[in-house]
Design a protein around this ligand. Structure first.
Ligand SMILES: [Zn+2]
Length: 76
């Protein structure tokens, strides 16, 4: 069995909800941008992705990452 050491900056791993196998990358992504800024006047953009499990073929939706954009720049 392989043990994967994830870099600290790496986003959390996506697991198949059906069989628990790790799924590397979404085959499709899209952004959803919040229409209103938060208290610090930042806009949050959420990147969603459609994943397909390489093991069982299950297709599922997940959050790839969230990006906050404000006057001070982009915060990942
Ligand atoms: Zn699966």
């Amino acid at each position: 069995m392989l043990v994967a050491y994830m870099p600290k900056t790496q986003t959390r791993q996506t697991l198949c909800p059906e069989c628990g196998a790790p799924v590397k990358e979404p085959y499709k992504t899209w952004e959803l941008i919040a229409p209103f800024p938060d208290k610090k006047m930042r806009i949050t953009a959420t990147i969603f992705g459609m994943y397909e499990c390489p093991k069982c073929g299950e297709k599922f939706k997940g959050v790839v990452s969230k990006v906050k954009m404000g006057s001070e720049g982009i915060e990942l």
